[in-house]
Design a protein around this ligand. Structure first.
Ligand SMILES: [Fe+2]
Length: 434
């Protein structure tokens, strides 16, 4: 195993890793198979989750028609909130509980799929909202048992939510962004139809595309699984177990695909090839980070999105300020990777090369700067804000941003090297200006 001098090798270190993923159906026209796939799972009465924008798209009509053609009784919940909250999760859960469904289909972006996961959980095992939410914000109670089948159909090429056991939301009373993480929340099936991305605005492709890229680069540079303590049982092994031989394969190919196709996919909605390649990169990166875990940029993103004041991104609902998830992650990623490169400079240089950066002659000492340069080049080309000032923050926000990040223990623990509060604050200061 390659070096990991950020984390000391420990006695009784992990020697085993586990790969779990949703079953995947991928390709143009795949959405037409949703009905048959649901029937194959024994579904007779299905709840279909979506949001108002997607509900008007051809991809949603195709999913609905496929389910009806398969003779499945269905009810639609189209009130999913972009950037969901504890309140919107629980509203969806009431719909799920009242409908007596035997299976669930979600058609939409990460917000839709995450809302569907939470609705299934709270409808199946009712509890106060914070019961299952990650510590320290919530109680971190394990999901008590199996959940009904969930077929997740992503309509953006980004979040990877169709492949992971994570549901993210804002807890309104605490002004905190957090989530629920359990392998039981992972959808049964992911149906990925790149045709769904044809109608996406350029800004949505950019935000979700950088989310893909960050899933890949963070999985590729996460601490190795072998630096953790040996799990006492398979169920005790964390989902974010660290990078491993399987996640390396998916992350590397996702980086290569994103480097070659992300900017093309943003600039030209008719570039079917680029959008399809990006959807495949999202799928690979989703499986990779679902089993390796992400780290510092995603930990910082919780605070960047949660403390937003007045930033609005074209192409997204404009009724309230919002930093889209992918932007909230990538905006500080160059600074974060500059800080983590010393733990595994070779990995950081490889990631830069996979993104298309010229790394000839670069030394270990250059690794962070070279990878940051690769990211910033792509961000500028895709017209995404570079640096936190671009989404409305300033030096005076560093303390609050740091406080919102250090509580993301699950993510920071997966970083290639330990980071205390001071180092997190230093990364935020570095991230102010791109
Ligand atoms: Fe993400």
């Amino acid at each position: 195993m390659s070096c990991a001098h950020g984390w000391a090798a420990i006695a009784g270190a992990e020697t085993v890793f586990t790969i779990e993923a949703s079953a995947i159906t991928f390709g143009r026209g795949a959405i037409a198979e949703v009905g048959a796939l649901a029937g194959g799972l024994g579904a007779k009465r299905v709840a279909v989750f979506t949001d108002p924008r997607v509900a008007a798209q051809p991809i949603f009509a195709a999913a609905r028609e496929s389910l009806q053609d398969a003779g499945i009784d269905l009810a639609v919940y189209d009130a999913v909130k972009v950037e969901p909250t504890d309140a919107s999760f629980m509203d969806a859960a009431r719909f799920a509980a009242d409908g007596r469904f035997d299976a669930y289909v979600s058609v939409g972006g990460g917000s839709v799929m995450d809302t569907c996961k939470a609705a299934i959980l709270y409808a199946t095992y009712p509890a106060d909202f914070l019961t299952y939410v990650n510590k320290p914000v919530g109680g971190g109670t394990p999901v008590p048992g199996p959940l009904p089948p969930h077929i997740a159909c992503p309509t953006t090429c980004g979040t990877g939510s169709e492949l992971t056991g994570i549901a993210v939301c804002d807890v309104l009373a605490l002004s905190a962004k957090t989530g629920i993480a359990s392998r039981r929340l992972r959808p049964t099936l992911a149906v990925v139809d790149p045709d769904a991305t044809r109608t996406l605005p350029a800004t949505v492709v950019a935000a979700s595309g950088f989310d893909v890229l960050c899933h890949a680069v963070e999985s590729y540079t996460a601490r190795p699984f072998s630096t953790r303590a040996h799990a006492a049982s398979p169920s005790a092994r964390p989902m974010s177990q660290g990078r491993n031989p399987w996640s390396d394969v998916g992350s590397a190919e996702a980086l290569r695909l994103a480097g070659a196709h992300l900017v093309r996919a943003v600039r030209d909605a008719t570039d079917d090839e680029a959008r399809e390649r990006l959807a495949w990169a999202a799928t690979l990166a989703g499986v990779a980070f679902g089993n390796a875990g992400v780290h510092v940029p995603h930990a910082m993103a919780y605070a960047v999105a949660g403390l937003v004041r007045d930033f609005r991104m074209p192409g997204y609902p404009r009724d309230e300020p919002m930093v889209p998830h992918g932007v909230s992650v990538v905006v500080s990623a160059p600074a974060a990777l500059r800080a983590t490169a010393s733990a595994s400079p070779g990995r950081h240089l490889e990631a830069a090369a996979l993104l298309g950066e010229d790394t000839r002659g670069a030394t270990d000492a250059d690794a962070g700067a070279v990878l940051a340069r690769a990211l910033e080049r792509l961000m500028r080309a895709a017209d995404v804000p570079v640096g936190l000032r671009g989404v409305g923050y300033g030096e005076g926000d560093v303390d609050a941003l740091t406080a919102g990040t250090v509580v993301q223990a699950r993510l920071l623990d997966n970083a290639p090297l330990p980071l205390d509060r001071e180092r997190v604050a230093a990364i935020f200061r570095d991230a102010m200006i791109g």
